[in-house]
Each structure stands twice: as C-alpha cells, then as structure tokens.
Design a protein around this ligand. Structure first.
Ligand SMILES: C[S@@+](CC[C@H](N)C(=O)[O-])C[C@H]1O[C@@H](n2cnc3c(N)ncnc32)[C@H](O)[C@@H]1O
Ligand code: SF4
Length: 384
C-alpha cells in the first residue's frame, strides 16, 4: 500500500445517542428503550461526559485536521437537551476544532419535540435537522409502533422551520405493511408540501432480531414495490428534488456528512456502538465501540473499542460500496488518494463494466450508469 496523506481527507464526527422512548418493531439500530420513556438528567450528564472522554482517545487520529461535519444519530438524539448539546460541543471543540460553517445534523423524533424546543438546538449550533417521520398515515404509524401521530409529524416540520432551520430532512419509509401505491405517494406529497428540503426515502427491510422478523407482516408484492419506486421517483423529480444517492433526495445542498461517508472520507465516532473510519499514514482502519450503553458507560474509553485494518485486497469493495451509491459517482483520483492502492489494478474490471454499460464510459470518473444502479448489488459483487 502506498503512503497515505490523512491531511487531504475530510474528517467528520459521528455521535451516537442510544436511547429511544420505545423500540420500534422494524428497527435493528443500536437503540434501547429508556426506562419510563424519559432520559434522566443524571444519565444525560453521565453519557455526555463519557462522549467527551471518548473523543479524547481519538484526538491523534485527526492528524491536525478539523471536524468537517457532525451527525448526531440514534436512537433518538432529540431526547438530549439543547443545554446538553451546548456543553457537549464546547468540550468537543476544545479537543478538535470544528471547521467554519461545519454542518451539524441532529436526528429528531416528532414524538419528542415538546421535550426541547428546536430553537434551543439551533442556538446550541445544530444547523440541520433530520426528522424521523416514516409515514404520515395513522394506520402505518400504528403498525410501525411509532410514538407520534401524523399531526405530530406535520407539526414537527413546521416547528423546525419556524425555529429557523433552513435545512430539514424528512426520513420516510415505503413498502410498509399492506401499503398501496397511493398511500406511499401521499407520504411523499405531505413531506414535500410541508417544506422538507431533503427527503431520505428508504424501502422497509425486514431485519433479523426485530419484532417484524418474527411476526412477518404482509408487505406489498414486487409489482407494487416497483410501481411505488418508479412513481415516487417521478413525483420527487417533478417537485424539483434531485436524487444524488440511492435513497437521498435534495432540494438544497447534499448532506455534507453523508457525502463524506460515500466519498470514502474519514469519521471519528463516539458513543455506544458507534462505528468510525480513520486514515493514518500507514493504513486505513475501521473501529467500533461497545454496543450496550451500560457497558459503554462502565468501561474506560480505551477498553470499549475494536480496531480492524482494511487490507489492500478488501479496498475495491470497501470503496465501491460507498462511491457507487452516489448517482454521479466520484472522481477517479479519489480511489488512490483514499485507499492508498493504485486504480490500475482494477483497469480490466472497470473496462469490462464500461463495455457492459453498467459503468459510465469516462476514465476520469468511477460511476454507475442508470442500468448499473438498477443492478448495483451485482456490480458490487464483482469487486469482492
Ligand atoms: C437510525 S434511524 C433514526 C431515526 C429516529 N430514531 C426515528 O426513528 O425517528 C434512521 C432512519 O433509518 C430508517 N430505518 C430504520 N429501520 C429501517 C428498516 N428496517 N428499513 C428501512 N429503513 C429503516 C428510518 O427511516 C429511520 O428514520
Ligand atoms: S425511534 Fe428510530 S432508532 Fe428508535 S427504535 Fe424507532 S426507528 Fe429505531
């Protein structure tokens, strides 16, 4: 592997907040129901302190870089108070400064917005919200075990805009139990008409270790799923949204944080179960923190981390599974810069994919064609 230059690679920060009011039956994220549906101030403070200690052991990974973007995901990060975030950011910035204009996104659940007004989050420095709506349909919200009504979801978007958030992402899922085409399109319509500036539109997947895996709800048949996908895409496009990644639609700037993941950038990660990726002069490493909040809090930071070096043989797949998710792909130069491996080793495969019209016929880019995106999983398998 050639020498790597971390200084040329943007460095983001992921912060994981592992608690939710209750666990949704489809969710396999590292999220845990909080006792009595409320996070005590003591636990909030203990966890925030642990996050700061966690970043302390990662300062060296920065190699002099500042933080390019921050994403606070969960779980339900809107269970943490605005005051808590204000304190947290001041501590984190004293360890590694944030770049000017650093994008800071917070995932918010419409069922927790009365907990802390959005204006407080804006004052704390959060400048982008990602609201987990999932659906605006009352029956679907019930089936999904959500803690909010459709009115709460609409209200949350309006409260965010009124508080001064210019950038509001709405998370929606489709292919919900017994969902019709009309219902799926209606969900998109409500997100757009209520002012979402970005929509993350995911097809529901049934994950092992979830209630849905055991109960196997009845999902729409393939023909309906295909129609939802096609008509949903047409609708969002007609509304001026640009699809820049498999599930991401934007009417404004792309998410700087997610873009950095997909461009194989670096990210520090703090919090229970958080995953990070860092480039050092001698290689690229992934790491993961202890998953259970109580174990994470009980251990000293150096004990709750597992490292794995990404070997040169694994680089093609590791890089492509991120870069090829982007509709425009990436500049071909990024491959060597971010993996330390020459792109020449992939010449034959890239040329074959270009001949088969699965990748764009342009040597300066690594990008799938429309056809390549339809068969993305098969394309990726070729890099294994
Ligand atoms: C980490 S979750 C956090 C969002 C927030 N906790 C909430 O639910 O309000 C991020 C997003 O992933 C999506 N998601 C979660 N489980 C999914 C599944 N099984 N299939 C598809 N999308 C899923 C949902 O849209 C969710 O908003
Ligand atoms: S609120 Fe979000 S993170 Fe929590 S269980 Fe539901 S989907 Fe998962």
């Amino acid at each position: 592997m050639a020498d790597l230059n971390p200084a040329s690679i943007p460095l983001s920060l992921y912060i994981h907040m592992p608690w939710c009011v209750r666990k949704c039956p489809y969710c396999d994220f590292n999220s845990h129901a909080v006792p009595d549906g409320k996070l005590s101030l003591d636990l909030e403070q203990e966890y925030l302190q642990a996050l700061v200690e966690d970043l302390k052991i990662q300062v060296n990974f920065a190699q002099g870089r500042h933080i390019h973007s921050v994403f606070i995901g969960g779980g339900t990060p809107s269970l943490i108070s605005a005051k808590g975030y204000q304190w947290l950011f001041s501590q984190l910035k004293s360890l590694i400064p944030f770049e000017d204009g650093c994008e800071i996104t917070l995932e918010a659940n419409p069922g927790t917005v009365e907990h802390d007004p959005f204006a407080g989050y804006l004052d704390a420095g959060i400048n982008r919200l990602s609201i987990g709506v999932q659906s605006f349909n009352t029956d679907h919200l019930k089936k999904l075990g959500r803690i909010h009504s459709n009115a709460d979801a609409v209200n949350a978007i309006h409260l965010a805009k009124e508080a001064g958030f210019a950038r509001v992402n709405v998370d929606l899922m489709h292919g919900l139990p017994e969902q019709t085409l009309e219902q799926a399109l209606y969900d998109l319509k409500l997100a757009v008409e209520n002012g979402a500036t970005h929509v993350s539109w995911y097809q529901l997947t049934i994950e092992p270790n979830t209630v849905f895996f055991r109960t196997q709800p009845i999902l729409p048949v393939d023909d309906v799923l295909e129609e939802i996908q096609a008509q949903g895409e047409a609708y969002l496009t007609a509304q001026g949204f640009v699809n820049y990644e498999v599930s991401a639609w934007r009417k404004e700037k792309p998410s700087a944080h997610n873009l950095n993941y997909w461009q194989f950038g670096d990210y520090l990660a703090i919090g229970a179960g958080a995953h990070g990726k860092v480039t050092q002069p001698d290689g690229v490493y992934r790491f993961q923190k202890t998953r259970l909040p109580k174990d994470y809090l009980a251990k000293v930071p150096a004990e709750h981390v597992q490292f794995k070096r990404i070997e040169a043989d694994d680089m093609p797949f590791e890089f492509m599974m991120n870069a090829l998710r982007l509709n425009q792909g990436v500049d071909a130069k990024l491959y060597a810069e971010r993996t330390g491996v020459s792109l020449a080793g992939l010449d034959e495969l890239l040329s074959s994919l270009r001949t088969r019209k699965l990748m764009v016929d342009d040597q300066t880019r690594i990008s799938c064609t429309e056809q390549g995106h339809v068969f993305l999983n098969s394309v990726l398998e070729e890099f294994l």
